[in-house]
Write a protein that binds this ligand. Structure first.
Ligand code: SAM
Length: 84
């Protein structure tokens, strides 16, 4: 079950959702996804699933912004290729 929070005055502009990123099925894809150190915190074995899930959640012309810690360049490059 999902849990939403709306206690702040400007809550019309955002919402918090507690869910498994890989299993969540929103009603429509997003224009923008901001990944704030999520990808780089995942076990490398999850990177393909991450790329597939981001692709599913984004509109075809959607934008992905990803903030990462340093990872091995070739691993990051492989993940970027998966998104193309
Ligand atoms: C490095 S933290 C970054 C969290 C947040 N962006 C921040 O800066 O505080 C990575 C987060 O991903 C969450 N996480 C890991 N697997 C997840 C999943 N399958 N679905 C949703 N969140 C997950 C972890 O619980 C953790 O809170």
């Amino acid at each position: 079950m999902y849990q939403w929070s709306s206690s702040l005055p400007n809550a019309d502009w955002f919402a918090f959702l507690v869910a498994d990123f890989f299993k969540w099925r929103p009603s429509e894809p997003f224009d923008l996804i901001f990944d704030y150190t999520f990808f780089c915190a995942l076990d490398p074995s999850m990177r393909l699933a991450w790329a597939e899930t981001v692709s599913r959640l984004l509109k075809p012309d959607g934008e992905l912004i990803t903030l990462i810690y340093l990872v091995r360049t070739e691993s990051l490059y492989a993940s970027c290729l998966l998104l193309q």
